[in-house]
Design a protein around this ligand. Structure first.
Ligand code: ADP
Length: 611
């Protein structure tokens, strides 16, 4: 930039000096031409004077001739000549010229005097001739002097004219040079400017492109002047940007670590617009807890993870959060396999870049709930145990007596068939009460499992045959149940009580049969889960399924939907499986029906944590 200003200043100065020089030259030439014109005027005056003197001389010569001018005419010519000489004094002359003019004037005075004598004297012809000769002499001298002056002036004029022509020529050349050099100079300057600016601009452009592409290590070097200052500015900016970016990345890493290593599920959920409820971000714990990958979760809505009951509550929770409330609620979430598990949700809304999101922290409270349930069940068991023991003492013996008595009575031959039918019905009901009593006692005070090495496939086989036999006498529809087995032949033996497992599987299969009044396929599947070191059993029926509203109640004691059910089958099964260190759960089948899932540890000292 400084260079450009300097060059521009030099060019402007040169043009200014050239202009001043030109004006001065034109002024000088003009005055020179004025002078030349003046000299020409003087020359004309002198010529005129010379002509006047020559006329007078001619008048004098012609005096003796017949066509001589009159004396008056001669006097007139002399007077005109005198006037012409006097006119010369009107101009400014040098001292030398003025001296010469004065000399000329004196001599002309003498000439006039000599003329008047020659023209007016009355004398002899000889004397007149002498006077005329004298006048001629002076006249000739005047003519000679004037001629000399005219020659000198002509020479001087020629010199001056030549001088002026030279100056004009010089000025013309200078003007041509100026006109021709001006554009060349400007083009040269433009070239220097473009050349000087092009490279730094290219370097700066390249640097900004690299910065834009994220290359914050790029530094600009080798520039000078203002470009160097600009480069320093850009380099410093890139440096501080990099530092800022590093700080942001570090902070991002810290928060990500916090986010990723949290034991609770953390979700960031869209809270407004078309994508409301869409999961924007989820941590690894959320993925693990729900059985999806983080990427899969990000394609889902948070409500996809809710149980139907929780999904029904979601809109009101979201509303409360958007009004600024931080909510703490308990709900059930559903994992990939459709299994529900309880979560404690701590959530609130926040704004980020003029868009609102929900931050949700979900804690799996299965264990806490289980502990609560265990406590509750222990309480129920204690009560049931007390009840059962009381009943056993108070009811069992009288009931047995009643049963025997009625059985005896029913065999009396005098009884009508109708009365006998009533007594048989009473005996059946008493048997049902006895079964309930037995189950109650079993539930309240279950026998300790006798662990032995057990083949789960063999136990299931035996139970399946029993069920088949059972359904052979059952109604028509039940007989249409097709029990299918998909057993893992490499299933390891496990330490378990085969009798208790039999009880559990029997219970599940009979429930399945109950759920399929119209018959259908019933699949029993086993496989070895190497990761959990457990044997997995799945019993899938194609029955009416379990209503989602009662899904979490079916394992509770005394919960039944059957008119003659005890509601203790699943409660006892759950208890027995848990006594084996295993887990039992249920899921709705997509195509209808329910699947009961059991996980049993291969070794008793181990526990199964997932279903
Ligand atoms: P009970 O069979 O005496 O009712 P259970 O504890 O065995 O007691 O079962 C509790 C309830 O669970 C049943 O009443 C029934 O509503 C439900 N249930 C159990 N198994 C199934 C099944 N396979 N399909 C549908 N509902 C079932």
């Amino acid at each position: 930039m400084k260079k450009i200003i300097t060059v521009l200043s030099i060019i402007s100065l040169l043009l200014l000096l050239g202009g001043i020089y030109l004006i001065r030259e034109i002024d000088a030439n003009t005055s020179r031409f004025d002078e030349i014109i003046m000299f020409h005027q003087v020359e004309i005056l002198r010529e005129h004077l010379l002509l006047n003197i020559r006329t007078v001389e001619a008048d004098l010569y012609s005096q003796n001739m017949p066509r001589a001018e009159s004396v008056d005419t001669v006097v007139k010519h002399v007077r005109e000549t005198a006037n012409a000489i006097n006119a010369c004094f009107h101009c400014h002359h040098s001292e030398d010229v003025t001296d010469r003019l004065l000399d000329l004037k004196n001599q002309f005075g003498q000439y006039g005097h000599a003329l008047s004598r020659a023209l007016t004297m009355r004398a002899t012809a000889g004397r007149l001739q002498a006077e005329q000769g004298h006048a001629h002499l002076i006249g000739d001298s005047l003519i000679s002097k004037l001629n000399t002056m005219i020659v000198m002036t002509s020479k001087m004029l020629a010199v001056r004219t030549e001088d002026s022509q030279r100056t004009v020529h010089r000025t013309r050349i200078f003007l041509i040079v100026l006109v021709a050099a001006g554009p060349v100079l400007i083009m040269g300057l433009a070239f220097i400017v473009i050349k000087g600016v092009k490279r730094p601009v290219e370097v700066l452009l390249e640097a900004t492109r690299k910065l834009k592409a994220g290359d914050l290590d790029h530094r600009i070097e080798g520039l000078r002047d203002e470009f160097a200052e600009l480069a320093i500015g850009l380099n410093t900016m890139a440096g501080s940007l990099k530092e800022r970016l590093r700080e942001i990345e570090e902070s991002e890493r810290r928060y990500r670590l916090l986010f990723e290593s949290a034991g609770d599920s953390i979700f960031i959920v869209d809270a407004e617009g078309k994508q409301t409820c869409r999961i924007v971000e989820a941590n690894a714990a959320a993925a693990k807890m729900h059985g999806y990958t983080v990427d899969e979760l990000k394609t889902m809505n948070i409500t996809d993870l809710d149980s139907p009951a929780a999904a029904a509550c979601s809109p009101s929770w979201i509303e409360r959060m958007l009004q600024g409330e931080w909510i703490n609620v308990e709900a059930d979430h559903r994992n990939r396999d459709g299994i529900l598990f309880p979560v404690e949700i701590s959530a609130g809304a926040f704004e980020f870049g003029s868009h609102r999101y929900l931050l949700m922290i979900d804690r799996d409270i299965t264990e806490r709930k289980q502990a609560e349930e265990t406590l509750q069940r222990a309480e129920q068991l204690r009560m049931a145990g007390e009840l059962a023991t009381g009943l056993a003492h108070e009811i069992k013996n009288p009931l047995a007596g009643i049963k025997v008595s009625i059985e005896v009575l029913a065999k009396e031959p005098y009884l009508s068939e109708e009365d006998r039918g009533v007594l048989v019905q009473v005996i059946d009901e008493i048997r049902r009460i006895e079964v309930l009593m037995k189950e109650l006692l079993n539930f309240a005070r279950p026998p300790r499992p006798q662990f032995v090495s057990t083949d789960v496939n063999a136990v299931l086989d035996a139970v399946a045959s029993l069920v088949r036999q059972n359904t052979a006498h059952a109604p028509e529809a039940s007989r249409k149940i097709a029990v299918m087995k998909d057993f893992d032949s490499r299933l390891p033996l496990i330490t378990a009580d085969p009798m208790q497992l039999k009880q559990v599987f029997m219970n599940l299969l009979l429930n399945a049969v109950d759920a399929m009044p119209d018959g259908g396929p019933l699949l029993i599947k086993t496989w070895f889960d190497a990761a959990a070191h457990a044997v997995r059993v799945e019993i899938s029926d194609t029955g009416r399924g379990i209503d989602s509203a009662v899904m979490d109640k079916i394992f509770q004691p005394f919960f039944t939907t059957k008119p003659k059910g005890t509601g203790l089958g699943l409660a006892i099964s759950k208890r027995l499986i848990e006594d084996h260190g295993g887990r039992i759960g249920v899921a709705q089948n997509a195509g209808g029906g329910a699947t009961f899932k059991i996980g049993l540890p291969v070794i008793q000292s181990e526990r199964v944590h997932t279903i």
